[in-house]
Design a protein around this ligand. Structure first.
Ligand SMILES: [Zn+2]
Length: 435
Protein backbone atom coordinates (compact mmCIF):
# COMPACT_ATOMS: atom_id res chain seq x y z
CA UNK A 1 0.00 0.00 0.00
CA UNK A 2 1.38 3.41 -0.78
CA UNK A 3 0.35 6.78 0.54
CA UNK A 4 0.47 10.36 -0.64
CA UNK A 5 2.21 11.28 2.61
CA UNK A 6 3.39 8.08 4.34
CA UNK A 7 4.40 9.95 7.49
CA UNK A 8 1.22 11.98 8.06
CA UNK A 9 -1.13 9.15 7.13
CA UNK A 10 0.14 6.58 9.60
CA UNK A 11 0.75 8.52 12.82
CA UNK A 12 -0.20 7.07 16.21
CA UNK A 13 -3.50 8.40 17.54
CA UNK A 14 -1.84 10.34 20.37
CA UNK A 15 0.44 12.11 17.90
CA UNK A 16 -2.50 13.21 15.75
CA UNK A 17 -4.18 14.55 18.88
CA UNK A 18 -1.07 16.41 19.98
CA UNK A 19 -0.45 17.96 16.57
CA UNK A 20 -4.09 18.94 16.10
CA UNK A 21 -4.34 20.54 19.53
CA UNK A 22 -1.18 22.50 18.86
CA UNK A 23 -2.37 23.62 15.38
CA UNK A 24 -5.78 24.46 16.82
CA UNK A 25 -4.28 26.72 19.49
CA UNK A 26 -2.17 28.49 16.88
CA UNK A 27 -5.19 28.99 14.61
CA UNK A 28 -7.28 30.15 17.56
CA UNK A 29 -4.73 32.82 18.46
CA UNK A 30 -4.27 33.90 14.85
CA UNK A 31 -8.03 34.18 14.20
CA UNK A 32 -8.52 36.16 17.38
CA UNK A 33 -6.10 38.80 16.17
CA UNK A 34 -6.75 38.96 12.43
CA UNK A 35 -10.41 38.04 11.86
CA UNK A 36 -13.10 40.52 12.95
CA UNK A 37 -15.57 37.68 13.29
CA UNK A 38 -13.37 35.92 15.82
CA UNK A 39 -12.22 39.09 17.58
CA UNK A 40 -15.85 39.38 18.69
CA UNK A 41 -16.76 35.74 18.95
CA UNK A 42 -13.78 34.61 20.99
CA UNK A 43 -13.82 37.56 23.36
CA UNK A 44 -13.39 36.30 26.90
CA UNK A 45 -11.78 33.01 25.90
CA UNK A 46 -8.05 32.90 26.18
CA UNK A 47 -5.54 30.76 24.36
CA UNK A 48 -4.52 29.47 27.79
CA UNK A 49 -8.05 28.14 28.35
CA UNK A 50 -7.51 25.58 25.57
CA UNK A 51 -5.20 23.00 27.12
CA UNK A 52 -6.79 19.74 25.97
CA UNK A 53 -9.10 18.67 23.13
CA UNK A 54 -11.82 18.49 25.75
CA UNK A 55 -11.50 22.25 26.23
CA UNK A 56 -12.79 22.87 22.69
CA UNK A 57 -16.29 22.74 24.19
CA UNK A 58 -15.63 26.16 25.71
CA UNK A 59 -15.63 27.67 22.22
CA UNK A 60 -18.97 28.31 20.50
CA UNK A 61 -19.58 26.77 17.06
CA UNK A 62 -19.33 28.97 13.98
CA UNK A 63 -22.60 29.11 12.03
CA UNK A 64 -23.03 30.12 8.41
CA UNK A 65 -25.66 32.73 9.35
CA UNK A 66 -23.23 34.75 11.46
CA UNK A 67 -20.62 34.51 8.71
CA UNK A 68 -23.09 36.19 6.36
CA UNK A 69 -23.48 39.02 8.83
CA UNK A 70 -19.74 39.62 9.17
CA UNK A 71 -19.28 39.44 5.42
CA UNK A 72 -21.28 42.68 5.10
CA UNK A 73 -18.62 44.86 6.75
CA UNK A 74 -15.36 46.12 5.16
CA UNK A 75 -13.32 45.15 3.23
CA UNK A 76 -15.60 44.26 0.33
CA UNK A 77 -16.53 41.49 -0.50
CA UNK A 78 -15.11 39.32 2.30
CA UNK A 79 -15.72 41.62 5.25
CA UNK A 80 -14.80 40.40 8.70
CA UNK A 81 -14.17 36.86 7.50
CA UNK A 82 -10.91 37.84 5.81
CA UNK A 83 -7.85 37.44 8.01
CA UNK A 84 -5.08 38.56 5.71
CA UNK A 85 -4.14 41.63 3.71
CA UNK A 86 -6.67 41.83 0.87
CA UNK A 87 -3.87 42.41 -1.61
CA UNK A 88 -2.54 38.96 -0.78
CA UNK A 89 -5.78 37.30 -1.91
CA UNK A 90 -5.20 35.49 -5.20
CA UNK A 91 -8.29 33.34 -5.47
CA UNK A 92 -11.98 34.21 -5.32
CA UNK A 93 -14.52 31.41 -4.82
CA UNK A 94 -18.02 31.35 -3.41
CA UNK A 95 -20.71 29.04 -2.10
CA UNK A 96 -23.67 28.16 -4.30
CA UNK A 97 -26.08 30.33 -2.32
CA UNK A 98 -28.85 27.72 -2.33
CA UNK A 99 -29.67 28.50 1.32
CA UNK A 100 -29.21 32.28 1.24
CA UNK A 101 -26.69 34.90 0.21
CA UNK A 102 -23.45 33.25 -0.95
CA UNK A 103 -20.35 33.27 1.24
CA UNK A 104 -17.35 34.67 -0.63
CA UNK A 105 -14.20 32.73 0.11
CA UNK A 106 -10.78 34.42 -0.20
CA UNK A 107 -7.62 32.37 -0.49
CA UNK A 108 -4.08 33.68 -0.56
CA UNK A 109 -1.59 31.75 -2.66
CA UNK A 110 -0.40 29.92 0.49
CA UNK A 111 -3.86 29.02 1.74
CA UNK A 112 -4.89 27.83 -1.73
CA UNK A 113 -1.84 25.56 -1.84
CA UNK A 114 -2.84 24.20 1.56
CA UNK A 115 -6.29 23.32 0.18
CA UNK A 116 -4.78 21.61 -2.84
CA UNK A 117 -2.44 19.55 -0.67
CA UNK A 118 -5.39 18.33 1.45
CA UNK A 119 -7.20 17.41 -1.77
CA UNK A 120 -4.20 15.41 -3.00
CA UNK A 121 -4.74 13.10 -0.03
CA UNK A 122 -8.29 12.46 -1.21
CA UNK A 123 -7.32 11.75 -4.80
CA UNK A 124 -4.37 9.55 -3.96
CA UNK A 125 -6.38 7.58 -1.40
CA UNK A 126 -8.94 6.90 -4.15
CA UNK A 127 -6.18 5.41 -6.28
CA UNK A 128 -5.64 8.25 -8.74
CA UNK A 129 -2.11 8.07 -10.13
CA UNK A 130 -0.02 9.59 -12.93
CA UNK A 131 -1.29 6.92 -15.35
CA UNK A 132 -4.78 8.40 -15.18
CA UNK A 133 -6.19 10.79 -17.72
CA UNK A 134 -9.01 12.34 -15.72
CA UNK A 135 -12.09 13.89 -17.29
CA UNK A 136 -13.83 16.61 -15.28
CA UNK A 137 -17.20 17.06 -16.99
CA UNK A 138 -18.15 20.53 -15.72
CA UNK A 139 -17.63 24.22 -16.30
CA UNK A 140 -15.88 25.41 -13.14
CA UNK A 141 -17.31 28.90 -12.70
CA UNK A 142 -16.70 30.26 -9.14
CA UNK A 143 -17.18 26.88 -7.44
CA UNK A 144 -14.23 25.68 -5.50
CA UNK A 145 -14.48 21.88 -5.70
CA UNK A 146 -13.81 21.80 -9.46
CA UNK A 147 -10.75 24.01 -9.16
CA UNK A 148 -9.43 21.96 -6.27
CA UNK A 149 -10.01 18.78 -8.25
CA UNK A 150 -8.22 20.31 -11.23
CA UNK A 151 -5.12 21.51 -9.42
CA UNK A 152 -4.87 18.50 -7.09
CA UNK A 153 -5.01 16.15 -10.10
CA UNK A 154 -2.09 17.99 -11.63
CA UNK A 155 -0.16 17.87 -8.37
CA UNK A 156 -0.73 14.12 -8.02
CA UNK A 157 0.53 13.76 -11.58
CA UNK A 158 -2.69 12.90 -13.40
CA UNK A 159 -3.49 14.40 -16.77
CA UNK A 160 -6.58 16.53 -16.27
CA UNK A 161 -9.03 17.16 -19.10
CA UNK A 162 -11.51 20.00 -18.43
CA UNK A 163 -14.89 19.09 -19.89
CA UNK A 164 -16.93 22.29 -19.52
CA UNK A 165 -18.75 23.97 -22.42
CA UNK A 166 -19.92 20.63 -23.82
CA UNK A 167 -23.28 18.94 -23.48
CA UNK A 168 -23.49 15.41 -22.09
CA UNK A 169 -23.28 13.79 -25.56
CA UNK A 170 -20.25 15.92 -26.37
CA UNK A 171 -18.62 14.85 -23.10
CA UNK A 172 -19.21 11.17 -23.86
CA UNK A 173 -17.61 11.63 -27.28
CA UNK A 174 -14.68 13.46 -25.67
CA UNK A 175 -14.09 10.64 -23.16
CA UNK A 176 -13.94 8.17 -26.04
CA UNK A 177 -11.86 10.45 -28.26
CA UNK A 178 -9.10 11.04 -25.71
CA UNK A 179 -9.47 7.67 -23.93
CA UNK A 180 -9.99 9.16 -20.48
CA UNK A 181 -9.68 6.51 -17.78
CA UNK A 182 -10.67 8.59 -14.74
CA UNK A 183 -13.59 10.87 -13.99
CA UNK A 184 -14.81 13.15 -11.19
CA UNK A 185 -18.49 13.98 -10.90
CA UNK A 186 -21.58 14.03 -8.72
CA UNK A 187 -23.32 10.64 -8.37
CA UNK A 188 -26.35 12.13 -10.10
CA UNK A 189 -24.35 13.24 -13.11
CA UNK A 190 -22.49 9.92 -13.29
CA UNK A 191 -25.81 8.10 -13.57
CA UNK A 192 -26.97 10.63 -16.15
CA UNK A 193 -23.88 10.02 -18.30
CA UNK A 194 -24.51 6.27 -18.10
CA UNK A 195 -28.14 6.73 -19.14
CA UNK A 196 -27.26 9.10 -21.98
CA UNK A 197 -24.52 6.77 -23.25
CA UNK A 198 -27.02 3.91 -23.39
CA UNK A 199 -29.41 6.08 -25.41
CA UNK A 200 -26.52 6.74 -27.82
CA UNK A 201 -26.03 2.98 -28.19
CA UNK A 202 -22.82 3.04 -26.13
CA UNK A 203 -22.33 0.71 -23.18
CA UNK A 204 -21.00 2.98 -20.39
CA UNK A 205 -18.63 0.16 -19.37
CA UNK A 206 -16.96 0.49 -22.77
CA UNK A 207 -16.00 4.12 -22.10
CA UNK A 208 -12.87 2.88 -20.36
CA UNK A 209 -13.29 4.73 -17.04
CA UNK A 210 -11.31 2.86 -14.36
CA UNK A 211 -11.77 5.22 -11.44
CA UNK A 212 -14.43 7.71 -10.49
CA UNK A 213 -14.38 10.16 -7.60
CA UNK A 214 -17.78 11.46 -6.51
CA UNK A 215 -18.96 14.24 -4.22
CA UNK A 216 -21.57 16.94 -3.95
CA UNK A 217 -24.40 14.82 -2.57
CA UNK A 218 -24.72 11.99 -0.05
CA UNK A 219 -24.11 8.79 -2.03
CA UNK A 220 -25.89 5.70 -0.74
CA UNK A 221 -23.92 2.46 -0.98
CA UNK A 222 -26.40 1.19 -3.57
CA UNK A 223 -25.88 4.24 -5.81
CA UNK A 224 -22.11 3.72 -5.68
CA UNK A 225 -22.63 0.06 -6.62
CA UNK A 226 -24.89 1.04 -9.49
CA UNK A 227 -22.24 3.42 -10.84
CA UNK A 228 -19.54 0.74 -10.45
CA UNK A 229 -21.65 -1.74 -12.39
CA UNK A 230 -22.64 0.71 -15.12
CA UNK A 231 -19.07 1.87 -15.82
CA UNK A 232 -17.31 -1.31 -14.66
CA UNK A 233 -15.03 0.87 -12.56
CA UNK A 234 -14.09 1.71 -8.97
CA UNK A 235 -16.15 4.52 -7.44
CA UNK A 236 -15.03 6.54 -4.42
CA UNK A 237 -16.73 9.16 -2.33
CA UNK A 238 -15.55 12.16 -0.39
CA UNK A 239 -17.10 14.94 1.66
CA UNK A 240 -16.35 18.62 2.06
CA UNK A 241 -17.69 22.07 1.44
CA UNK A 242 -16.66 25.44 0.10
CA UNK A 243 -16.00 26.91 3.55
CA UNK A 244 -14.28 24.03 5.39
CA UNK A 245 -12.62 22.42 2.27
CA UNK A 246 -12.84 18.69 1.46
CA UNK A 247 -12.12 17.01 4.79
CA UNK A 248 -12.64 13.24 4.38
CA UNK A 249 -12.30 10.71 1.58
CA UNK A 250 -12.68 7.02 0.81
CA UNK A 251 -9.68 4.71 0.49
CA UNK A 252 -9.44 1.53 -1.56
CA UNK A 253 -11.01 -0.50 1.27
CA UNK A 254 -14.22 1.46 0.50
CA UNK A 255 -15.39 1.17 4.09
CA UNK A 256 -16.31 4.70 5.07
CA UNK A 257 -14.07 7.72 4.71
CA UNK A 258 -10.82 8.80 6.34
CA UNK A 259 -10.71 12.23 7.91
CA UNK A 260 -7.73 14.08 6.43
CA UNK A 261 -5.72 14.46 9.61
CA UNK A 262 -3.90 16.54 10.75
CA UNK A 263 -5.21 19.03 8.18
CA UNK A 264 -8.59 19.10 9.88
CA UNK A 265 -9.82 18.72 13.40
CA UNK A 266 -13.22 17.08 13.05
CA UNK A 267 -15.68 16.63 15.88
CA UNK A 268 -18.82 14.55 15.44
CA UNK A 269 -21.30 15.92 17.93
CA UNK A 270 -24.66 14.82 19.25
CA UNK A 271 -27.19 16.58 17.01
CA UNK A 272 -29.57 17.65 19.77
CA UNK A 273 -27.13 19.27 22.18
CA UNK A 274 -24.15 19.93 19.85
CA UNK A 275 -21.98 19.29 22.91
CA UNK A 276 -20.95 15.71 23.32
CA UNK A 277 -18.89 13.64 20.84
CA UNK A 278 -20.99 10.65 19.68
CA UNK A 279 -19.82 7.02 19.96
CA UNK A 280 -18.74 4.80 17.08
CA UNK A 281 -21.75 3.79 14.97
CA UNK A 282 -23.84 6.77 16.09
CA UNK A 283 -25.04 9.67 13.95
CA UNK A 284 -23.73 13.14 14.71
CA UNK A 285 -23.15 16.55 13.17
CA UNK A 286 -19.69 17.14 11.69
CA UNK A 287 -17.97 20.19 13.14
CA UNK A 288 -14.79 21.02 11.27
CA UNK A 289 -11.78 23.24 11.98
CA UNK A 290 -9.34 23.55 9.05
CA UNK A 291 -5.97 23.75 10.76
CA UNK A 292 -3.70 25.36 8.20
CA UNK A 293 -5.65 27.94 6.27
CA UNK A 294 -5.13 31.46 7.53
CA UNK A 295 -6.75 33.73 4.96
CA UNK A 296 -10.23 32.61 6.03
CA UNK A 297 -10.06 30.98 9.45
CA UNK A 298 -12.90 28.81 10.64
CA UNK A 299 -13.01 27.67 14.24
CA UNK A 300 -15.42 24.81 14.91
CA UNK A 301 -17.51 25.33 11.78
CA UNK A 302 -20.93 23.65 11.95
CA UNK A 303 -21.11 21.89 8.56
CA UNK A 304 -24.68 20.69 9.25
CA UNK A 305 -23.64 17.41 7.65
CA UNK A 306 -24.91 14.36 9.49
CA UNK A 307 -22.43 11.50 9.49
CA UNK A 308 -22.02 8.15 11.22
CA UNK A 309 -18.87 7.92 13.30
CA UNK A 310 -16.61 5.09 12.13
CA UNK A 311 -13.82 3.08 13.72
CA UNK A 312 -10.25 4.32 13.87
CA UNK A 313 -8.56 1.44 12.08
CA UNK A 314 -8.54 0.38 8.45
CA UNK A 315 -7.14 -2.42 6.33
CA UNK A 316 -5.31 0.20 4.23
CA UNK A 317 -3.02 0.92 7.18
CA UNK A 318 -3.98 4.56 7.57
CA UNK A 319 -4.51 5.53 11.18
CA UNK A 320 -6.71 8.60 10.85
CA UNK A 321 -10.25 8.74 12.25
CA UNK A 322 -13.02 7.54 9.97
CA UNK A 323 -16.64 8.26 9.30
CA UNK A 324 -18.71 5.25 8.34
CA UNK A 325 -21.11 7.12 6.07
CA UNK A 326 -22.72 10.44 5.28
CA UNK A 327 -26.40 10.50 6.22
CA UNK A 328 -27.24 13.84 4.62
CA UNK A 329 -27.71 17.50 5.41
CA UNK A 330 -29.43 18.22 8.69
CA UNK A 331 -31.65 20.65 6.71
CA UNK A 332 -32.87 17.74 4.55
CA UNK A 333 -34.20 15.75 7.49
CA UNK A 334 -37.92 16.23 7.83
CA UNK A 335 -40.62 15.15 10.20
CA UNK A 336 -43.43 13.58 8.21
CA UNK A 337 -46.43 12.35 10.20
CA UNK A 338 -44.22 12.43 13.27
CA UNK A 339 -41.53 10.24 11.73
CA UNK A 340 -38.03 11.58 11.08
CA UNK A 341 -37.38 11.01 7.41
CA UNK A 342 -34.24 11.28 5.24
CA UNK A 343 -34.57 11.36 1.43
CA UNK A 344 -31.35 9.33 1.24
CA UNK A 345 -33.24 6.26 2.51
CA UNK A 346 -35.53 6.38 -0.53
CA UNK A 347 -32.55 6.61 -2.88
CA UNK A 348 -30.90 3.66 -1.13
CA UNK A 349 -34.00 1.48 -1.63
CA UNK A 350 -34.46 2.47 -5.28
CA UNK A 351 -30.82 2.09 -6.32
CA UNK A 352 -30.49 -1.22 -4.51
CA UNK A 353 -33.69 -3.04 -5.36
CA UNK A 354 -35.17 -1.34 -8.41
CA UNK A 355 -32.76 -1.44 -11.33
CA UNK A 356 -35.67 -0.58 -13.62
CA UNK A 357 -36.17 2.87 -12.02
CA UNK A 358 -34.06 5.56 -13.70
CA UNK A 359 -35.20 8.70 -11.93
CA UNK A 360 -37.44 9.73 -9.07
CA UNK A 361 -38.77 12.69 -7.14
CA UNK A 362 -40.24 12.90 -3.64
CA UNK A 363 -42.94 15.46 -2.86
CA UNK A 364 -44.32 16.08 0.62
CA UNK A 365 -47.57 18.06 0.85
CA UNK A 366 -50.14 18.77 3.49
CA UNK A 367 -53.69 17.85 2.53
CA UNK A 368 -56.07 18.93 5.27
CA UNK A 369 -54.34 17.83 8.45
CA UNK A 370 -52.43 15.01 6.79
CA UNK A 371 -48.94 14.91 5.35
CA UNK A 372 -48.94 13.08 2.02
CA UNK A 373 -45.76 11.78 0.40
CA UNK A 374 -45.80 11.21 -3.31
CA UNK A 375 -43.02 9.37 -5.07
CA UNK A 376 -42.92 10.15 -8.78
CA UNK A 377 -40.81 7.54 -10.54
CA UNK A 378 -39.69 6.98 -14.06
CA UNK A 379 -38.79 3.51 -15.31
CA UNK A 380 -36.41 2.80 -18.15
CA UNK A 381 -37.83 1.76 -21.51
CA UNK A 382 -37.09 -1.89 -20.76
CA UNK A 383 -39.87 -2.22 -18.18
CA UNK A 384 -42.90 -3.85 -19.87
CA UNK A 385 -46.17 -1.98 -19.39
CA UNK A 386 -47.63 -5.14 -17.87
CA UNK A 387 -45.11 -4.94 -14.99
CA UNK A 388 -45.77 -1.32 -14.01
CA UNK A 389 -48.43 -2.04 -11.39
CA UNK A 390 -46.33 -4.78 -9.85
CA UNK A 391 -43.27 -2.49 -9.63
CA UNK A 392 -45.37 0.24 -8.00
CA UNK A 393 -46.66 -2.22 -5.40
CA UNK A 394 -43.16 -3.52 -4.66
CA UNK A 395 -41.89 0.04 -4.24
CA UNK A 396 -44.76 0.88 -1.92
CA UNK A 397 -43.96 -2.13 0.26
CA UNK A 398 -40.17 -1.66 0.27
CA UNK A 399 -40.46 2.02 1.23
CA UNK A 400 -42.96 1.25 3.96
CA UNK A 401 -40.47 -1.18 5.50
CA UNK A 402 -37.50 1.20 5.11
CA UNK A 403 -39.13 4.42 6.34
CA UNK A 404 -42.28 3.46 8.27
CA UNK A 405 -44.17 5.83 5.99
CA UNK A 406 -46.74 5.26 3.27
CA UNK A 407 -45.82 6.58 -0.17
CA UNK A 408 -48.23 7.34 -2.97
CA UNK A 409 -46.26 5.91 -5.91
CA UNK A 410 -46.77 7.26 -9.43
CA UNK A 411 -45.06 5.96 -12.57
CA UNK A 412 -44.35 8.66 -15.14
CA UNK A 413 -43.49 8.11 -18.82
CA UNK A 414 -39.75 7.77 -19.66
CA UNK A 415 -38.01 11.15 -19.96
CA UNK A 416 -40.61 13.16 -18.04
CA UNK A 417 -38.74 13.84 -14.78
CA UNK A 418 -35.99 16.47 -14.69
CA UNK A 419 -32.35 15.44 -15.13
CA UNK A 420 -29.67 17.26 -13.17
CA UNK A 421 -26.24 18.35 -14.34
CA UNK A 422 -24.77 18.76 -10.88
CA UNK A 423 -26.66 18.13 -7.66
CA UNK A 424 -30.10 16.61 -7.84
CA UNK A 425 -33.14 18.31 -6.32
CA UNK A 426 -35.25 15.21 -5.93
CA UNK A 427 -36.88 16.21 -2.66
CA UNK A 428 -39.60 18.84 -2.46
CA UNK A 429 -41.30 19.75 0.78
CA UNK A 430 -44.33 21.87 -0.14
CA UNK A 431 -45.64 22.21 3.42
CA UNK A 432 -45.48 25.62 5.03
CA UNK A 433 -43.63 26.51 8.22
CA UNK A 434 -41.39 24.40 10.39
CA UNK A 435 -41.92 20.68 10.29
ZN1 LIG B 1 -8.46 3.01 4.70
Amino acid sequence: MDYWNPYLETLPRETYDEIELSYFRTMFSYAKVYSKLYQEKLKGIDHEDIRTLDDLKKIPLTEKEEMRKYQEIDPFPYGGLLASDIEKVTTFRQTSGTTGKPIYVPETYESWQWRIEAWCHILYMAGFRPRHRVFLPFGYNVYVAFWEAHFASEKVGCELVPGGALDTKGRIHKILEIRANGMMNTPTYGLHIAEEAKLMGIDPASLGIERMLCAGEPMPHATRKRLEEAFNCHVFDHIGGTEPCAWAGMCEAKEGMHIIEPFFLVEILDRETLQKEVEEGEVGVAVVTPLGRRSFPLIRFNTKDLVVKGKNSCSCGRTSKKIREVVGRIDDLRKVRGVLFSPKTVEEVIRKEFQEIEEFEIIVERRGLMDVITLRTEANALLPISSIEQTKNRLHEALKIATNLTFHVIMEPPGSLPRYMLKAKRFKDLREGDQ
